[in-house]
Design a protein around this ligand. Sequence first.
Ligand code: NAP
Length: 347
Amino acid sequence: MSEGQKQNANGVAYQLDPLRGFEGLSTRVQQMPVPGPHQVVVRVHAASLNRRDIMLMEGTYPVTARSGVVPLSDGVGEVIATGAAVTRAALGDRVTGTYFVAWNDGPQSHALSHEQYGANHDGWLATYVLLDEDSVVHVPAHLTDAEAAALTCAGLVAWAALTKPLPVGPADTVLTVGTGPVGLFAIQHAKMLGARVISITSSPEKADRIRKLGADEVVNRQQTPAWEQAVLDLTDGLGVQRVVEGVGRLTLPKSLAATAYNGEVVLIGAFPAEQGSEPADPLGGKYVGLRRIAVGSRADFEFMNRTIAEHGMRPVLDRVYPFERAVDAYRYFETGDPFGKVVITLP
Ligand SMILES: NC(=O)c1ccc[n+]([C@@H]2O[C@H](COP(=O)([O-])OP(=O)(O)OC[C@H]3O[C@@H](n4cnc5c(N)ncnc54)[C@H](OP(=O)(O)O)[C@@H]3O)[C@@H](O)[C@H]2O)c1
């Protein structure tokens, strides 16, 4: 451990006993971890929830939560101890972490996708988190702790959808489907990249809010159930170059119908289709690329953060809860239809 690290003090960690719903969330005393040569200890300032954290609780996520794991993949804090060989972080740095423990750059593999903070490696809903130094990502300086705690999962997957394999730009129209955190980040990122944005949502109130966030045109799916036709009309019948599909197979046929020749639908949402409603040809006979993606690599994260800093962009936050009310944050997140991220701050 480096000299100058802060005094060892006991903290508190939430732990998850999966498949028990909210009953499975409890707290325990957490000793300050001792970092190995290539690890850092972060004193957590804030953490935030993603849909996957509910799925992990319910056992519907592709990775099974380890019993007793500290939940949440997203958070921010200060590096308070570093292993002797650490070069990627220094004491006092304000950092977040990658979603995957070891996906730094290049293509993802099945093995890399199954090692995740907050699932089978301890995550951020605790006083301390122990990270491999390769997982450390520095956060844009202009963001508050609550905002910086919002980036790891929803922020990055929306970024990866818009920048890989090639970034969208001013000549492109992007369609966002769904206004959860993934959809909101997709609107903000697409505007930073210079694209025109058309967004689908369910209410006039959300329509106003996403217009303010940068959406150029908004289609209300309740008022216009054939929203794919509305998107075609808005693009002179041509369709959009990229769809950030934040709902899933339920809306996929409409998203495909709204896509231009050689356009691309990036499938992020995990909502299943209704029973028996899946079309025989899920691509609807169209010539479009379909990419299913999982968050992004550390390199993607650092590229996103440079762009966020350059533009002074800020993530959308809905509510901020204190650490001792983390279970209320989970409940609100599950049932409250939040607009933006639900964040938990630590004392
Ligand atoms: N692959 C990955 O790496 C990755 C990463 C993050 C999240 N995800 C997944 O991506 C999805 C979106 O995440 P999120 O955090 O943004 O989710 P979220 O908070 O659950 O939001 C989903 C949004 O979808 C819209 N929606 C819900 N039901 C709909 C329906 N029947 N038809 C059309 N739209 C509907 C709603 O927006 P409106 O009311 O505005 O229509 C809702 O706000 C989730 O399934 C999540 O698990 C995947």
